[in-house]
Design a protein around this ligand. Structure first.
Ligand code: ZN
Length: 499
């Protein structure tokens, strides 16, 4: 019999989540359907609802309920966990004074506008003062939140709980060394696949149907979700039974939409996989961005760029595009999907180079927050690191340090989760293959039921019951590390490029 306090807490959290879902729906609409002139009003609506949600959650009644429930030994294990997780969120949400939150939010809006302009004009100076303010505020935020070791840890905590700069440094330096070495050997191999067959027109509707077909095959429930188009693909959820994904269609390259849909489908399956009994509670949520990204990257790269996957789906794609693919073998499709090519833009990066883009950003962010780097010196350091890791000369800042939106949003500490997602995914796959030795045969038949069942049981249904590193350890028996990912990359690309 749940106590009155516990029922009151559930009700309060449920209502906060209702408001947050309304915020999510307005944001989804903003990206998918809203006419451009609706932006200012939408900004106000979102600000009003965000303030309401924050006040509802941080009210002192919630603190009092949590104080009383914190000592309640009659609660079940799940209820105890739920109280602990709510306490964690509550403490973090109340640690920053409202004046600071307000100031940070205003400076972020200014920084975003300055960034859009500076990027368009290829003028880093136009963004520099704003970024200096964001870095200063981020340092203040770290002090207010508290930390051990590097102040960057306080920022990382927002995106990847429990992860530290001290843990990431050795993992990332090994990745940087071995991945840039791999990229060099690939370039020297002279075995770049011929992808001239891609240079043609790819019908929009046929692409759309193909992405829906794959989402359905993956097990994404279209009765509890939908796909739309947006400039930047994303996944959002308003409830366990309303999880939406978006994709982006390029009529010059069908693989953009295919990979975006598989990626977002992986995120969507995670959100659709929480326990029904956790619906409208804090336990039915993703534990971290790194774990979230492990789900999207597992489907997109480890599965969606595998040979068995394309043995099956190249045939399906050929039915949709008989003219374009009549002289292209399944093997050529597989090789085309896995072409390695260092790029200036992170968003264009392939599996072998992606982490290098992230490591460069991580190193710059840590140096900024630890006080070893001035904002004015970012462009120079960016160019030096792009040369070192990817062998590329950066022609201008628009294609260099101004390319990402994250810093203008004040999201320092976010980037590492992309790479952690790759690493966790490879660790999960290693274990998955032990538990499900027929995985590749099933994938080769377009059958993902075994894979999804495993992910549901091991990852999705856990929700917020475990910390990210704890989850990885419990599932794989190992700490988060770069080993599985590097083994995977070196084996796959060693074979593809005859290294
Ligand atoms: Zn993602």
């Amino acid at each position: 019999m749940p106590s009155e306090d516990y029922a009151a807490l559930l009700e309060r959290i449920g209502r906060v989540k209702d408001v947050n879902s309304a915020i999510g729906l307005l944001s989804w609409d903003q990206e998918v359907y809203m006419p451009p002139k609706g932006a200012p009003a939408r900004g106000q609506q979102l600000a009003t609802l965000s303030a309401i949600s924050h006040r509802m959650f941080t009210g002192k009644e919630v603190g009092e309920l949590l104080d009383r429930l914190g000592g309640d030994t009659s609660l079940s294990a799940d209820a105890t966990k739920l109280v602990e997780e709510t306490r964690y969120d509550y403490d973090r949400a109340t640690r920053l004074p409202e004046s600071f939150v307000q100031k940070f939010s205003e400076e972020r809006s200014k920084a975003y506008e300055a960034w859009v302009r500076a990027k368009g004009e290829n003028n880093f100076e136009g963004f520099r003062p704003n970024l200096e303010t964001i870095v200063d505020l981020s340092k203040q935020k770290a002090d207010l939140m508290g930390y051990e070791g590097s102040p960057y840890n306080a920022l990382l905590e927002d995106y990847e709980r429990g992860m530290t700069t001290e843990q990431l440094r050795p993992i990332f330096s090994e990745l940087a060394e071995r991945q840039s070495n791999l990229v060099e050997r690939i370039a020297a191999s002279g075995r770049a696949p011929d992808t001239a067959w891609l240079d043609t027109e790819w019908d929009r509707d046929a692409q759309w149907d193909f992405t829906i077909r794959i989402l359905r095959d993956m097990g994404y429930d279209l009765e509890a979700g939908r796909q739309d188009e947006s400039v930047h693909p994303f996944t959002t959820d308003f409830d366990l039974y309303d999880v939406r994904v978006t994709t982006r269609i390029n009529t010059n390259n069908p693989f953009e939409a295919i990979m975006a849909s598989i990626h977002e489908g992986g995120h969507g399956l995670y959100e659709q996989g929480f326990l029904a009994s956790d619906q409208r509670t804090i336990l039915g949520e993703a534990i971290s961005l790194g774990i979230h990204e492990s789900q999207s990257r597992l489907w997109e790269t480890l599965i969606g760029q595998s040979r068995p996957f394309w043995e099956h789906y190249a045939e399906v794609l050929r039915q949709a595009f008989p003219e374009q693919l009549k002289n292209v073998s399944n093997d050529a499709v597989y090789r085309g999907v896995n072409k390695v090519q260092p790029t200036l833009r992170r968003l264009d990066a392939d599996e072998c180079t992606y982490n290098l883009h992230i490591i460069l950003r991580f190193e710059i962010e840590v140096a900024l927050i630890e006080g070893d780097l001035k904002v004015a010196d970012i462009p120079g350091l960016w160019k030096a690191k792009m040369k070192q890791y990817l062998g590329l000369d950066v022609p201008d800042d628009a294609r260099g340090c101004l390319q990402d939106i994250h810093w203008s949003h004040g999201s320092i500490g976010y980037f590492p989760t992309y790479t952690l997602g790759n690493l966790y995914a490879a660790q999960f796959l290693e274990k998955l293959l032990e538990d499900l030795p027929t995985l590749w045969e099933e994938v080769g038949a377009g059958n993902f039921a075994g894979l999804l069942t495993w992910l549901r049981a091991k990852v999705h249904q856990v929700g917020r019951r475990k910390q990210p590193a704890e989850l990885v350890r419990d599932v794989t028996g190992k700490d988060p590390s770069s080993e599985a990912y590097l083994d995977y990359l070196e084996k796959k690309y060693g074979e593809l490029y005859d290294l």
